[in-house]
Design a protein around this ligand. Structure first.
Ligand SMILES: [Zn+2]
Ligand SMILES: [Zn+2]
Length: 350
């Protein structure tokens, strides 16, 4: 059931009416051409059991739009009003289309300058993959999505919420008091305002890797080199154990670090050398001398790893690409931080 209808072709939003305005619309609407936005059939202004104003079909037979609960329209109203208070323009049940011709309908679409945020209220259970898919569809339309979900139906919302998929659990409610957002314990309307005003931001915790190396000498140029042979993050680590396994371990470096970054740490880089003598067939990854570019085959590496007189070392690398994090309500005196992402970042398709 929408909060939006049209009168004479112009949008009218139920949440923009005062008590008196709504009462007067209820007596006067028959003389106007009040239509539903979903199917352009006649609309009636109604008031829900939670006291929310909304529009209903005069005859619903013809329309296939899904019915919405009183809780859903109440939350939509709260979100729309909060966004307006935060200085955004809003439209509910907004119909849009991605460049790939995918249709979508946003519960509440909020605009401010070139930033666009779609709030979706999801009180019935759906798989998280649906939420992710719909978020991606919005992203393709240069719209940032934010989800308000029922915390009793989506108990794992927090671990599924991240910078790309902002998901927030709303506590159950059956009164006309705004419900609170779980974990933040603030009313939904206050939370939405904070989100749109960048007071709630994603704080990233970049992942720190340890890279294991041995102090060695390049067989070709005789310069000292740091031959890499393993890496670890937290308690998860892997070191080369055999000649073929060295290639496998080294190939995984590219999941978190580039050759330029290895070089900047003073470590050897890693390359694929298919037919190099001393590499196992089908296991082509090996160290490459930082000075002369000569491949250091894995037989050579394993041999030196097993010698007792080598110096072992560890280099620290903080991945700028990966990490975990949290949505955090920032204090008033907290300035903008390099590692934070507000909801409005990325809404321009960046
Ligand atoms: Zn309809
Ligand atoms: Zn060399």
């Amino acid at each position: 059931m929408p909060l939006r209808a049209t009168i004479g072709g112009n949008d009218t939003h139920a949440y923009e009416y005062t008590e008196e305005g709504w009462t007067s619309l209820k007596t006067s609407y028959k003389a106007t051409n009040l239509l539903m936005p979903c199917c352009s059939s006649l609309a009636i202004p109604k008031t829900s059991k939670l006291g929310t104003f909304f529009f209903a079909h005069k005859q619903k037979a013809e329309c296939n739009s899904a019915p919405e609960s009183a809780e859903h329209i109440y939350l939509k109203t709260l979100v729309a009003k909060a966004a307006i208070e935060a200085g955004w323009t809003t439209c509910t049940e907004y119909r849009g289309r991605s460049p790939a011709d995918e249709d979508w309908v946003a519960d509440v679409l909020c605009k401010n300058g070139c930033a666009t945020v779609a709030f979706e209220i999801q009180l019935s259970p759906v798989p998280y993959s649906d939420i992710a898919e719909r978020t991606e569809r919005y992203r393709r339309s240069k719209v940032r999505a934010a989800w308000l979900v029922d915390s009793t139906k989506f108990k794992e919302w927090k671990s599924n919420s991240n910078k790309n998929y902002p998901i927030f659990g709303v506590n159950r409610f059956d009164t006309v008091e705004p419900p609170t957002v779980q974990h933040f314990e603030r009313p939904v309307d206050e939370f939405v305002k904070a989100l749109l005003s960048k007071k709630v931001q994603w704080i990233a915790e970049p992942w720190e890797y340890d890279i294991f190396y041995i102090e060695d000498v390049c067989w070709k140029c005789n310069e000292p080199v740091k031959q890499v042979y393993g890496s670890a993050i937290d308690v998860y680590g892997e070191s080369a154990k055999t000649v073929p396994n060295a290639s496998t371990v080294l190939s995984k470096f590219f999941d978190f670090i580039t050759n330029d970054e290895l070089r900047s740490l003073g470590l050897n880089t890693i390359e694929k050398h298919e037919k190099l003598k001393g590499n196992a067939p089908g296991f082509p990854y090996c160290n490459v001398c930082i000075h002369c570019g000569a491949p250091q085959n894995n037989h050579y590496l394993m041999n030196h790893l097993q010698k007792q007189n080598r110096e072992f070392g560890e280099a620290k690398f903080t991945s700028p690409r990966e990490g975990s994090g949290n949505w955090v309500w920032l204090n008033d005196n907290c300035g903008s931080q390099a590692s934070t992402t507000s909801l409005t970042v990325g809404s321009r398709g960046q």
